[in-house]
Design a protein. Structure first.
Length: 455
């Protein structure tokens, strides 16, 4: 491979393979089909232009203690700087195709801690700009926990008062951030039919693993083209800062397409790589489930106070030093006891890997090294880490370095770090305070949905 290989517009480049991924998902789906078909529309000139921020790149970062590091950059859309772009583009493309085919208008509804919502809003704005749909045909409402207010980013929808009103942001006052999920789902299920009957807008609740797995399958296709796994390849592990590991499950789906469908366009991998999960102390449930068999916080190692810090040396999968044994580095990672853990555990049990939990203290101790590694891939982290608003990239690189230092990643391994998000206010401007609507409970959220549909 070359020093830095970029796959442009992967949603068009791998369209045929992504359709095969969608076929697998549809054939194995146990729950009711979504209101919008999983079939992917054929790219025409407008759709190709709409998709043209779905780039990926793979960059070698050198060798550390016998392990080779690579960065898979999934955040190349300057409007979002997160890996949620491809899935959001596919969802909006499917929604636009649904509108054209049925004449039915749609409102996308999703709970989010920030990045999913920003990516969907960016995709809807792009759909308007490229003529796929109008604001009278497709809108989006995102429901964000109040604690994640600082994660929200400006986009074309927030710069136009009419578009902002048609695509509102509900800032939910909830007890725990994850409560936005049942809150949103209850509102859609209880009142969606009435809103549809009154306004002609159908509500589409999109927090569905299948909506993300299909797009994230492109990660496996890009790897197969840029750095194929052959019988002679070194052992390989994919490292990812995860909340529910949707991205890794998407990669697994793409791997299945390559090995089960055997497309002529790309080689089938000789084996499945391992997965390495990276989490934070406030939400370490996937690593706990993997290493301890449960998610109770009593399974965490015991920390002892030491001069303003907390330390433990019993378990290398958890921070040796932290300022707070329950700290939250990033509000994006808000999911507790994710339903995806059993499947991810099975994959790691079969193909190898592991996990590590990092602390802010340890991230900062490695920050100069992390910043230098990111710069090799063309990502410029700020000199002051206090400016960072999205920590995924820093956590992923710091977690990979920690895994190497503690022997959690074996010598001779190729480690592909998934760069799933980074931004600061200077890189991606924050959303203005007046662009959100506070909601207390289901009744106020329903009123906001009704207003979005009626406006």
């Amino acid at each position: 491979m070359t020093d830095d290989q970029i796959m442009t517009n992967v949603l068009v480049r791998y369209h045929a393979l992504l359709r095969q991924a969608a076929q697998i998902v549809r054939s194995e789906r146990a729950t009711a089909p979504p209101p919008v078909t999983l079939d992917l529309p054929e790219p025409d000139e407008r759709l190709t232009a709409f998709y043209d921020v779905s780039d990926m790149s793979l960059t070698p970062l050198g060798e550390r203690d016998g392990r080779r590091l690579f960065l898979l950059d999934l955040m190349r859309n300057p409007g979002t700087m997160t890996t949620k772009t491809p899935a959001s583009l596919l969802m909006v493309a499917r929604a636009a195709a649904h509108v054209r085919a049925t004449g039915e208008r749609l409102i996308i509804v999703t709970p989010t801690s920030g990045n999913k919502g920003t990516a969907l809003r960016d995709a809807v704005a792009r759909a308007y700009a490229h003529g796929l749909v109008t604001p009278d045909e497709l809108r989006v409402v995102i429901v964000v926990p109040e604690r994640s207010r600082g994660k929200l980013r400006a986009c074309p929808l927030s710069r136009d008062p009419a578009l902002s009103a048609a695509n509102p942001i509900a800032l939910a006052r909830v007890q725990t951030p994850g409560d936005v999920k049942p809150l949103s789902q209850r509102a859609v299920e209880a009142y969606g039919a009435a809103i549809h009957a009154d306004t002609g807008f159908r509500l589409w609740y999109t927090l569905d693993l299948d909506n993300y797995r299909i797009a994230d399958a492109a990660r496996a296709f890009a790897e197969a083209e840029l750095m194929p796994i052959t019988p002679d390849s070194r052992p390989r592990v994919h490292a990812h800062a995860v909340s529910s590991a949707y991205g890794l499950l998407g990669y697994h789906l793409g791997h299945r397409v390559l090995t089960e469908r055997r497309p002529q366009s790309l080689p089938a991998p000789a084996r499945h790589p391992g997965f390495f999960l990276i989490q934070q102390l406030s939400t370490p449930d996937m690593v706990l489930s993997l290493t301890k068999g449960g998610t109770a916080r009593t399974l965490l190692p015991r920390y002892e106070a030491d001069g303003g810090l907390w330390r433990q040396s019993a378990d290398p999968a958890f921070p040796s030093v932290t300022e707070d044994p329950a700290e939250e580095i990033d509000a994006t990672f808000y999911t507790r006891a994710p339903v995806t853990s059993p499947q991810v555990n099975r994959i790691i049990g079969e193909f190898g890997g592991g996990g590590v939990v990092v602390s802010r203290y340890e991230c900062l101790q490695r920050y100069d090294t992390v910043r230098a590694l990111a710069r090799q891939a063309g990502v410029e982290l700020p000199g002051d880490p206090a400016d960072i608003r999205e920590w995924s990239l820093v956590k992923a690189l710091a977690g990979a370095l920690t895994g190497i230092e503690r022997g959690l990643l074996a010598p001779g391994t190729d480690v592909i770090v998934h760069a799933s998000g980074f931004y600061s206010d200077a890189v991606l401007p924050p959303l203005a305070e007046h662009d959100t609507t506070p909601v207390d409970g289901e009744d106020e959220l329903v009123k906001l949905l009704m207003a979005a549909a009626a406006g």
